[in-house]
Design a protein around this ligand. Structure first.
Ligand code: SF4
Ligand code: SF4
Length: 281
């Protein structure tokens, strides 16, 4: 979580933040905290992360009077990590009363103008300046589509950091409609938006992901190293799926060819509906 205000605030405070980013804090409905270790837990379900953030934020209220107590209480909230060498920052919390936005509890906007990030594991400069690859790799349209579609921190952070998922999905749509996706249609075509939201919601709820696999999209973790997962289509008697990149992003693990067919049907139907709705006046 490198920048903090809403999109407008972030742009306005660009100089102050060195590399402010509307991608991290796009609006009042959501934000991302992925690079602060938000999802780096073996149980990174919405309910567990929400509770950890809520309790951490509550404890932080006493931080200024007793920093040691905060660290002690924050440590007690930790759970088994997915990837041991990624630091899960204890200063990530909810930064608004409604608990819609995750962010840095040490940020100056939460601490009467004083930047406390110097006490964090990464230090103030790194926290301020780091930008994840999505900033560079996603096009402006790809970013805008995800920002317009998703309106909660949990799903937004999962999806905005999944470059392959966003690009693969939009590639399939754009290829068929013959133009770059126009994000403005999402405001005027609610059914189009509904189906595209459904697709991204599979990043959270996907019937072919095995919980015990400890996957993070296409990445899995073994002996403190991360590896890129592969789906063994040949072993299932199949050719590689045209939706392979999407399936990997959803952390799919198929037991047999019937499951692959069912997954392809879900994705194909969604994409076909979206294309039809996009092309309808
Ligand atoms: S993972 Fe990327 S988008 Fe998310 S908070 Fe970090 S820098 Fe911002
Ligand atoms: S101090 Fe922690 S929560 Fe804040 S920006 Fe740095 S890593 Fe993220």
């Amino acid at each position: 979580m490198r920048s903090w205000g809403t999109q407008a605030e972030t742009i306005a405070s660009h100089e102050a933040e060195v590399k402010g980013s509307p991608l991290c804090q796009p609006d009042e409905c959501k934000s991302c905290g992925a690079c602060c270790g938000l999802y780096n837990y073996q149980d990174n379900s919405r309910v567990v992360l929400t509770e950890r953030l809520r309790r951490g934020t509550e404890c932080f209220a006493a931080f200024h009077s007793n920093p040691d107590r905060y660290r002690h209480e924050a440590a007690a909230l930790e759970g088994p990590k997915l990837y041991e060498t990624i630091y899960n920052c204890e200063f990530l919390g909810f930064i608004d009363e409604g608990h819609k936005r995750v962010g840095c509890l040490l940020h100056p906007q939460l601490n009467k103008g004083t930047d406390l990030r110097g006490i964090s594991f990464y230090g103030a400069d790194l926290c301020r300046q780091h930008l994840c690859p999505s900033h560079e790799k996603l096009t402006a349209i790809e970013k805008e589509v995800v920002i317009r579609l998703l309106d909660d921190w949990y799903l937004y952070g999962l999806c905005i950091t999944d470059i392959d998922l966003i690009k693969s999905y939009l590639f399939n749509i754009q290829n068929a409609v013959g133009e770059e996706f126009n994000p403005a249609w999402l405001d005027t075509k609610p059914t189009l938006k509904k189906f595209m939201k459904e697709f991204f919601s599979w990043k959270e709820q996907w019937p072919f992901r095995r919980k015990e696999a400890f996957r993070f999209g296409k990445y899995y973790f073994l002996e403190e190293e991360y590896h890129i997962a592969h789906i063994d289509y040949r072993g299932l008697g199949l050719d590689p799926s045209p939706y392979d990149a999407i399936f990997l992003s959803f952390a799919s693990e198929f037991r047999d060819k019937t499951e692959v067919s069912a997954a392809e049907e879900m994705v194909r139907k969604n994409i076909e509906r979206v294309i039809a709705l996009y092309l309808t006046g």
